[in-house]
Design a protein around this ligand. Sequence first.
Ligand code: AMP
Ligand code: ZN
Length: 483
Amino acid sequence: MKIYNTLTKQKEEFKSIRDKEVGIYTCGPTVYWFAHIGNMRTYLFEDFLKRVLIYNGYKVKHVMNITDVGHLTSDSDEGEDKLEKGARKERKTVWEIAQFYADFFRKDLQSLNIIDPTVWVRATDTILEQIDLIKEMEKKGFTYTTSDGVYFDTSKLEKYGKLWGDSERTEMKGRIEEVKEKRNKADFALWKFSPKDEKRQMEWPSPWGVGFPGWHTECVVMSVNNLGVPFDIHCGGIDHVFIHHTNEIAQVDAVYNKPMANYWMHGEFLNLKEGKMSKSSGNIVTLETLREKGVSPLAYRYLCLNTHYRTKLFFSDESLEFAETSLGKLYEKTVELSKSEKTEHGKKYEEYRKNFLDFINDDLNIPSALALTWDMLKDKEITDSEKYDLLIDFDKVFGLKLASIKSEDVSESKYIIKTEKDGIPVWTSDISIVPEEIMKLVEIRNETRKNKEWDKADEARKQIEEKGWQVEDSGEKTVIKKK
Ligand code: AMP
Ligand code: ZN
């Protein structure tokens, strides 16, 4: 299997350190507000990667952190701690804020059918280990102290910025601001002192003074302590290449003098037409926003499956609607095929599996794997049963819950009710789940249609729609669903 490695700027054959086992670290959320669908795109890409590895027979150990301290409002060690600021805004304790948004985040992952990490770690649970790591850097001569904290001296490294290509080097000149007392522009804080005039809610004693750790140190501790050095794959959003991941690597270089991870993978951003989506600017769309519009989180998952993870994705209502319609069709097709009689798998079946594997193993080319799936569904040379089995097999990577769709035997009933439970479609003949007034209108519509009273039938249909439901015909049956 080939993946694109930001470290070498090329696609490389993936070789795990241990046979058939992979260690992955993914930078987790900073829990001071809701995660937006841009953040979710990154977690989805990491889930696709994990599923592709599992599909290839690897056992995956996945570590994800929860950043509940130390992430400042500016990446260059200035500004406030995002958590402390969030807590003040909501008049809650920092601990309450962190717990609330971390719980909410996990629910969001579940609703997108993202496989849970093997290990969750909270930054505040590793403060002592972070202090130990800083002591190691100090012992080796990589640190200095200023009036506001302990800093890493990047000039002491043989090579700083191992992840950078030309664009990052150019950005470097413009973005990192000069901070007073820093020896070099790129130096970064390992430990920040609590401000003298302000009592922080989260602060700890340390050999250098009371304060809190820098954001880049926590990820080193949480990844390396759980996965070893080097580990296999480190992931995150593309924005982390420039500073956060660069500074993680710098610390590992200093302390271990070994590569931190063999492969670095970065997901491209999801942007709004109006520009960047970011928690700090408040310009965000969350899964809750989509739910309010009646869109299932799995439709968003489909949208992300359909765009390669290294391609920018511009979010629009139209693209989401297209994803939702396609997913709906896929669900209908799955239900239809699930009723087919079982047949043996033939040569063509194996061919499809091979082509599927070739696509996903080519740096997660899932959009092509999805297109292959649609071609397969149209193929007259394989049986319905083979199609169903392929769908269920491919869904191990897609994660659209195709195997969970419930379809009762509706053959005896005049009505098919399409509904949803936990984001998964259910086809049933149970009319008790449709409000009585809607059922009455459906009967009026059917009756008047039979009598060719089109105006009256149309009027009934309109009223059904105004009340948030939809009605259509499928052969002899009436299909009723929520809009
Ligand atoms: P944060 O909670 O801000 O630390 O971000 C969590 C993850 O989401 C990181 O891996 C970021 O790189 C990623 N991320 C932030 N904004 C976006 C975006 N608009 N599109 C895709 N990923 C993003
Ligand atoms: Zn990180």
